[in-house]
Design a protein around this ligand. Structure first.
Ligand code: DGY
Length: 326
């Protein structure tokens, strides 16, 4: 009997073909996420699910799919999944780390550059005929080169962002759950710094921490108040790391100079007032969205899924406790 799997969004064809060689695939052909009801209905007879970060995979959904043997998330982040609940049921949860590191670091830099040099804001003004011509005091931004970059969360993506900062002769400070070995700090030219100190010193604060209950609103009104009025907040990690309403207030009142956001608290909704502000660059969760990276993510998600269904340890297992399977 071929295993049955639900793929909740269209993926690059090559990866789907690989999956179809081994499984009966129920693919969501619509170009939108499945509704909760659709998800609950289509999971019923499935052995595996290849899920997106927009799918909420909780205990109720696991109840609706009693045959479920693997949850393969098409993302490095897995805060859309109740991992505790999956672990309690012995269901392996997998993710796609590594392959999207460099693309996400690139996008982080796009936001740093755009926010500091007002590229999108200038583009809007130019298109709208509001460019008065070259002007000595118009659209002044802030230098990126030589500035201090504060990285919060020094995992794979944080380190890739730090590597790029060397090309801009920046001073790099970081705060992370685990301090890097001295040798790696030296290679990255990055020094460890307590969170509050980092917020006070950095010209650019860039978030790369995973989202969990513990990191909910890691950046709220108090943290924003610690930042310099000339500093920028960049978030390409997860929206709820930042109290978005507090950020709107800080941007509106000039408490910080600007922000570059790729992720939001309630995607695709934006906090009230955010879209009206000129000192924030808003990209629509594009961190991993290149042809090359999305293909690699799809291959990895399929490898993870097939490995579990074929009784092998998946390349990227989130909940180690379920392996080896009982
Ligand atoms: C991830 O993999 O967690 C990214 O947010 C997807 O773009």
């Amino acid at each position: 009997m071929r295993p049955k799997v639900l793929v909740t969004r269209k993926l690059p064809a090559e990866a789907l073909e690989q999956l179809e060689k081994h499984c009966d695939v129920d693919l969501n052909e619509a170009d939108r996420p499945l509704t909760r009801q659709e998800l609950m209905r289509r999971i019923r007879d499935k052995d595996g699910i290849l899920s997106m970060l927009t799918d909420r995979i909780d205990g109720e959904l696991m109840d609706a799919g009693p045959n479920l043997k693997v949850i393969s998330n098409y993302a490095v982040g897995f805060n859309n999944i109740d991992v505790k609940e999956a672990t309690r049921r012995g269901i392996p949860v997998t993710n796609t780390p590594g392959v999207l590191t460099e693309s996400t670091a690139d996008l982080t830099w796009a936001l740093i550059m755009d926010a500091a040099r007002r590229v999108s804001e200038g583009d809007r003004a130019t298109r709208a005929g509001r460019w008065p011509g070259w002007s000595p005091m118009w659209m002044l931004g802030r230098d990126v080169h030589g500035a201090t970059l504060g990285i919060i969360g020094m995992g794979r993506i944080g380190r890739a962002v730090a590597r790029r900062a060397r090309g801009f002769d920046m001073r790099v400070i970081y705060f992370s759950r685990t301090r890097l070995p001295e040798e790696e700090e030296r290679a990255l030219r990055a020094s460890y710094c307590p969170l509050q100190e980092l917020l006070r010193q950095a010209d650019f604060v860039s978030l790369h921490a995973p989202y969990s209950e513990a990191t909910h609103h890691l950046i709220g009104p108090e943290e924003l108040a610690m930042m310099k009025p000339t500093a920028y907040l960049i978030n390409t990690a997860r929206g709820p790391l930042v109290d978005e309403q507090a950020l709107v207030r800080a941007l509106r009142e000039g408490q910080i100079a600007g922000a570059g956001l790729d992720v939001y608290e309630r995607e695709p909704e934006l906090a009230e007032g955010l879209a009206e502000l000129d000192n924030v660059v808003l990209s629509p969760h594009l961190g991993s969205s290149t042809w090359q990276t999305r293909l690699q993510m799809a291959r990895l998600a399929v490898d993870n899924l097939l490995a579990v269904l074929q009784g092998r340890r998946p390349p990227h297992l989130v909940n180690e406790a379920v392996w080896p399977r009982k």
